[in-house]
Design a protein around this ligand. Structure first.
Ligand code: NDP
Length: 479
């Protein structure tokens, strides 16, 4: 069994407390590793090493820093198989998904931001008697805190722009899925990343996560996680006038119009609803269907959902693996019970799951589809973050938009129509930071990524991330 270590000042070291937490493989419900429980003392060492590394790291040229990021990217690619197995073991996600999405994307994140910062430019404003130009300086020591659903994918999505821009980083992965972050520390060591430039601390949110957020030496926090945690981070950061980027929860609407390509829409929405067991902040969870095609859509959708195979994540035949933990499985099941109490009609989900001997104790759940739930009910308003969706009816475009926007969240939406004007009209009116038309999770890393309302503050991706991780300074020269 592997005992994980913190990565501080270029070395793998045990936690100051000598205490560890179990890391559970959710597909077999057994412990497979131990995670350091870090505390203030580990943070103190990490910050000291990051502060020491900052002058030299920020003094490198963009190209020199990019070379390190490219080495890391290439090593992720070289170790794809091992990283994918680790990610699947830790999260319960299908191995095939880890191999084709999670790990390749982690490599792309490093590569993308390596190049992006070498292309980053700042503005100049020429006036009648003077010219202004803007410098973009790294902030210093910054923090990156990421969740359990797309572990290495989201961890690197934050770390890469922070490092490329010249900052030194204190990073904390989720205690539920820390394993690939630990392997990533080893990759950074192999790549020769200078000591202290990146420090990875393991442990719980309330302890080490909170200590990071409370620390005044942290100049900015890039956080992805739940809305309640994001609010706490914002409250602590506001009096410090510290920059925060918050990527939070979602309750994402999908609007299906009668003029859509029905077959493509059904396939697209099965994928959007249940990829990664529905544990993606971007997953569709409220599907609104135009009344005239409701029955047809419902029958086709439910038939395809029933055909999804749930089971051992290492078997390629399975479309869905295990939920991330026993606690999360219980949370999702409690929402299924609530949906029934709220008047929902369960169309599929309670069929038996055939599990093999190895995974018979795992945290598996079949995809659940409900109909007849009022728009205002908890199941249609609260983030479940699991394989549960509701089908709802609308009569016209105006009603569809109103139903979709009746939410405290505003992360992502999908619109399924062949009417180009309608697609633009709704894209303009829907209150989400990301709108996909006739597709889902089609990502271009240059685009602004993030949510409105309770789904977050600020945007990641492309120039937005590089602006977040730098401080603008305007210099004015009189001619
Ligand atoms: P949490 O908010 O519970 O945790 C996110 C991270 O924050 C974890 O590393 C966690 O540590 C840490 N954390 C928890 N409490 C604190 C604290 N008080 N101070 C500092 N750090 C803390 O979210 P989940 O991990 O449960 O992730 C699921 C949520 O993430 C969902 O709401 C989902 O929608 C959202 N999400 C949003 C995305 C987006 O881009 N908008 C993308 C992916 C997920 P630990 O795990 O060790 O407790």
């Amino acid at each position: 069994m592997e005992i994980l270590a913190n990565y501080i000042n270029g070395e793998l070291i045990p936690p100051h407390s000598s205490n560890y937490l179990d890391d559970i493989n959710p597909a077999i419900a057994e412990k497979f590793a131990e995670i350091p429980l870090s505390d203030e003392e580990d943070l103190r060492l990490a910050i000291a090493s990051a502060e020491k590394a900052f002058p030299a790291w920020s003094g490198l040229s963009a190209k020199e820093r990019a070379d390190y990021l490219m080495k890391i990217s290439n090593l992720i690619k070289d170790n794809l198989e091992e990283l994918a197995v680790a990610e699947s073991t830790d999260t319960g996600k299908p191995l095939q998904l880890a191999k084709t999405v999670d790990i390749p994307r982690a490599a792309s994140n490093m590569e993308f931001f390596a190049h992006a910062f070498t292309q980053f430019s700042s503005e100049s404003h020429a006036g009648k008697d003077s010219i202004n130009y803007t410098l973009r300086k790294p902030l210093g020591v910054v923090a990156c805190i990421s969740p359990w659903n797309l572990p290495l994918y989201l961890f690197t999505w934050k770390i890469a722009p922070a490092l490329a821009a010249g900052n030194c980083v204190i990073a904390k992965p989720s205690e539920i899925t820390p394993y690939t972050a630990y392997l990533f520390s080893k990759i950074c060591m192999e790549a020769g990343l200078p000591n202290g430039v990146l420090n990875i601390l393991h442990g719980t949110g309330p302890e080490i996560g909170n200590a990071i957020v409370q620390n005044k030496k942290i100049k900015a926090i890039s956080f992805t996680g739940g809305t309640a945690t994001g609010r706490k981070i914002a409250e602590i950061s506001a009096p410090l006038f510290r920059k925060v980027s918050l990527e939070l929860g979602g309750k994402n609407p999908a609007l299906v119009f009668a003029d859509c390509d029905l077959e493509k829409t059904v396939d697209g929405l099965v994928r959007a609803s249940f990829t990664n067991q529905g544990e993606i902040c971007l997953c569709a969870s409220r599907i609104y269907i135009e009344e005239s095609i409701y029955e047809d859509f419902k029958n086709r959708f439910v038939e395809k959902v029933k055909a999804l195979k749930v089971g051992n994540p290492s078997k390629q035949a399975n479309n869905m693996g295990a939920l991330v933990s026993a606690q999360h499985l219980e949370k999702v099941k409690s929402y299924i019970d609530l949906a029934k109490k709220e008047g929902g009609n369960l169309l599929c989900g309670d069929e038996d799951i055939e599990l093999d001997e190895e995974t018979k104790n795992g945290y598996f759940l079949r995809p659940h589809v409900f109909e007849n739930l009022p728009n205002q009910c908890s199941t249609n308003q609260e983030e479940i973050f699991g394989p549960v969706v509701s089908l709802n009816v609308f009569n016209d475009e105006k009603e569809a938009i109103a139903l979709a926007n009746e939410s405290e969240y505003g992360l992502a939406s999908t619109i399924w129509t062949n009417d180009l004007s309608r697609a633009h009209r709704i894209g303009n009116q829907i209150e989400t930071g990301i709108v996909w038309i006739n597709c889902w999770m089609n990502r271009d890393l240059r685009t602004p990524f993030g949510g409105m309302k309770n789904s977050g503050l600020g945007r990641e991706g492309g120039l937005e991330a590089l602006r977040f991780f730098t401080e603008p300074k305007n210099i004015c020269i009189q001619y």
